[in-house]
Design a protein around this ligand. Sequence first.
Ligand SMILES: [Zn+2]
Length: 480
Amino acid sequence: MMEYEIAIGLEVHVELNTATKIYCSCKNSFGGEANSQCCPICSGMPGALPVLNRKVVEYAIRMGHATECRIETMVKQARKNYFYPDLPKAYQISQFEIPLCRDGSVEIMIDGKTKKIGISEIHIEEDAGKLLHQEGDPYSLVDLNRCGVPLIEIVSKPDMHSSQEAKAFLETVRAILSYIGISDCKMQEGSIRCDVNVSVRPKGSSRLGTRCEMKNVNTFSGAQRAIDYEAARQIAILEKGGTICRETRRWDDEKGINDLLRSKEGAQDYRYFPEPDMPCVELSQGWIEGLKEKIPELPIEKAKRYMNHYGLSEKDAWQICSSFERAAYFDACVMMDERLAKSAANWLLGSIAKILNEKNMEIDAFSVRPDRLMKLLKLSEQGIISGTAAKKVLAIMINEPDDPAEIIEREHLYQNNNEEEIKSLVIEVLNSNPKAVEEYRNGRANVLGFLVGQCMRRSEGKGNPQIINKLLAEQLSNKE
Ligand SMILES: [Zn+2]
């Protein structure tokens, strides 16, 4: 069988979290009673005139800066004409010949390497409404609340060659969006949606194959599955000597398949023309440049800094940095004590992640704030409590405002570091387990774990495990 290379390009639609919609003063918020957040402008009444929301332009340019795009000084909008019941105007105001941002890139981290994925453009546009289909009803309902919600569409170059790369790209884009604060990034509310373009070609060929576009991809893991499915479908066709037709397909994540929606429409089908109801807007270079100052340290830079400065692994660094809130929590921790950076990362991605997961909660709602966590980590580092006891203390801290030191005192969770006491306890354990000692002497080294466990039990979990291990080894070699 021939070897193939997959090329993936993504179009990511992002809802911006401006206070109002893109062309009117209706509230821009998710939910609400159907058709309660719309006016003559966003519902397309005759004679209503749109006015461009300055914040939308600002937010799109911020994303342009964060992805190293060239920013246009002219905002020119265009009508994209098509009919669908959720679009009462029968056209969407978007951009066509002059997208606001062009020729940028996003750096992703994958398997220990970084890779740049090209961004061909970022443009602004309005969202459409929603159709609601109720099971059993022979009709659909239309909710226009989402009409005129501001979007940016980020179009990548076909630079990704595996579904893992595509997923890493989507995660990185989401992280950047949340760092620069222009979207709430709630996938479950459709704040980020993507269309996936997939093509395959024989390995080594310099021409891209014919691409198919997939719609209805709503999650990042869904995108990964959709890409793998589509690439396999195309390869199977080529292997049988067939040709790929340019088409738009619909991904069904539940069934794990896609089916034909329509043969691909071209730009000419949409009869784009300049939006006649709004003038072009000229932006000053100074204003555009000024927006650069609002760009914070971005996730990938932060991850690299964590790796270089705190010695975190790539996986841990990225896991922290891919969430703005998690990174902010970690930054607050290391600000208090840099030496405990690794330990803070371990707690954040271990015990704390587990608790948050169980409670279905985000880190910013976690009741143990960085200052209290660091107090606990310090006590653990000093050997005042064991790792096991520290976990117990954390569980108590979630429900109480007390400092960890007070909890340790009250619950008698101090670690026992007294060598004399531990030594007598070790001797007791060895005397009462002659069989285990015998087995150990006969070469069964794994019995040691059992003996350590017995000592921990006898110390009611308070014995310092390093000291127990050391003294056990000493006593066992004495006996031989
Ligand atoms: Zn409106």
